[in-house]
Ligand binder design. Structure first.
Ligand SMILES: C[S@@+](CC[C@H](N)C(=O)[O-])C[C@H]1O[C@@H](n2cnc3c(N)ncnc32)[C@H](O)[C@@H]1O
Length: 450
């Protein structure tokens, strides 16, 4: 097989990113935008020793699950890779993908106890992050990064972003254009505005605007604040965030509040949460409530348990579970998130709780040794890379009755479950579609001490 050759192939499966998979003489070919059971004409783009990559030239036999994409920037944007499939089919595909990944990691089947699709899978993202830059003809531009690149694609209307957040971002962009506020130029690190980040508390309808800037002196700052706050009573706070590093990370660590108190509030499962801009907060609050409810159900709390919430962010899981726990301890690496978590505990009258800043792998063993407190139930909700080896070893040492593992990456979930199976039985998990139209998925698994 060689680059630029054309073939007619049958798509035999879909991979973890939703891409079609075909085989020619036993060699695997990844074909984005093709669906299982379709017959397609492809052009080979790249060949490696193990696999090849191709693009669809023509669909000869269409899958019954194919739909017309309803997004102007779908072919360029790196956001929704499953937009060309029926929604129900995407959920089924994610289920198969989770099952296959876990089967590989564990060497056995694991029961998918429940799949939680989203009823109305649109406008679900409560956090918008649009990069700003300079177009080829020197004009300010705003949009989304193209797939695997830093080219900014101007966005029209995005069907997964919160609508209020889109309106606010578009108005900031228009204001910046009119007032000649320069966009950031990645090549020579000049210009001012790097990103507009808008977070919305969907239940409270409160909005927080973060202007990520290359230096803190922004022209027309007061005028922009006056304009936004007069147009949008929903805006509770506006923060300038300094990011002057040559980096892909969106937010810097230094904030300057230019309007309001630096946070918004949202409600999850009847509990109130203060959220500041450096803290993690789940992006799909409708599905988050369902995910947390499932995690709490799996925890089987009777009211007498000591509960640890590891990788706790602003304390959401632990605080939502706190009515059924005797005491709660949370750990998290971002200091601002722990400060939010402490406030959130107060706000919700959660008395027997303590929250600690630190990496779980270091803080958990230290805490257990110093305080001699052992948990009955542990929630873990790590980032995509999963739990650190030392964190897992500590869990195996302290032997909580139950571990409820929330994960946004089935591959690291499988890897970590395999380690914990040393002393735990993991028989079931639930899948929650937190990120409709993308290949991402959230899982929650329960592990009982053997
Ligand atoms: C997927 S988020 C979950 C947060 C929270 N449980 C929630 O549902 O909103 C993972 C969190 O782990 C934190 N984190 C990342 N690495 C960590 C580590 N080594 N130790 C403690 N926290 C960590 C991140 O800052 C983030 O808040």
């Amino acid at each position: 097989m060689k680059k630029n050759e054309e073939y007619v192939v049958q798509i035999v499966d879909n991979g973890f990113e939703g891409e079609g998979i075909a085989k020619i003489s036993g060699q695997t070919i990844f074909v984005p935008n093709a669906i299982k059971d379709e017959k397609v004409k492809i052009k080979i783009l790249k060949v490696t020793t193990k696999v090849a990559y191709a693009k669809v030239l023509e669909i000869l036999e269409k899958s019954e699950h194919r739909r017309l994409t309803d997004c102007d920037t779908d072919s360029q944007c790196g956001g929704c890779s499953l937009r060309h499939m029926d929604y129900d089919y995407t959920v089924q595909m994610k289920k198969n993908s989770v099952e296959n990944t876990l089967k590989k990691a564990l060497g056995r089947e694991i029961l998918v106890d429940e799949i939680i699709p989203m009823e109305a899978p649109f406008y679900y993202r409560n956090k918008l992050q649009y990069p700003l830059g300079v177009s080829e003809n020197g004009e300010l531009t705003m949009g989304v990064f193209a797939k695997r690149s830093h080219k900014i694609i101007p966005t029209g209307h995005c069907q997964i972003q919160n609508e209020l957040a889109q309106k606010i971002a578009n108005d900031i962009f228009a204001f910046a254009k009119e007032n000649k506020i320069c966009g950031y130029n990645e090549k020579n690190q000049t210009g001012i505005l790097r990103h507009i980040v808008v977070r919305v508390g969907v239940k409270t309808n409160e909005a927080m605007v973060t202007l990520v800037v290359n230096h803190l002196k922004m022209p027309k700052e007061k005028e922009l604040v006056d304009f936004l706050t007069s147009q949008y009573p929903q805006i509770k706070t506006i923060v300038k965030n300094l990011n002057d590093k040559n980096t892909n990370v969106i937010l810097g660590t230094k904030n300057e509040i230019i309007f309001g108190d630096g946070y918004i509030t949202d409600i999850l499962l009847g509990k109130k949460f203060k959220i500041s801009n450096l803290s993690f907060y789940q992006v799909n609050p409708i599905q988050t409530e369902k995910l947390y409810a499932k995690a709490i159900q799996y925890a089987q709390l009777a009211g007498c348990e000591t509960v640890f919430d590891l990788y706790c962010g602003i304390g959401t899981i632990g605080i939502c579970a706190s009515d059924k726990a005797k005491q709660l301890f949370g750990m998290e690496t971002i200091p601002e998130a722990i400060s939010d978590a402490k406030e959130n505990a107060k706000l919700n009258h959660v008395k027997n709780s303590e929250f600690f800043v630190g990496d779980v792998e270091k803080t958990l063993p230290e805490f257990v040794q110093k305080r001699n407190i052992k948990p009955d139930v542990v929630f873990v909700d790590p980032p995509r890379k999963g739990c650190d080896k030392t964190a897992l070893e500590t869990l195996l040492k302290i032997e909580p009755k139950r571990i409820v593992y929330v994960s946004c990456n089935p591959a690291t979930l499988g890897r970590d479950l395999k380690v914990l199976e040393n002393k735990y039985e993991s028989k079931k998990l639930a899948i929650c579609d937190m990120f409709p139209w993308t290949a991402h998925v959230e899982c929650v698994a329960v592990l009982n001490f053997k």
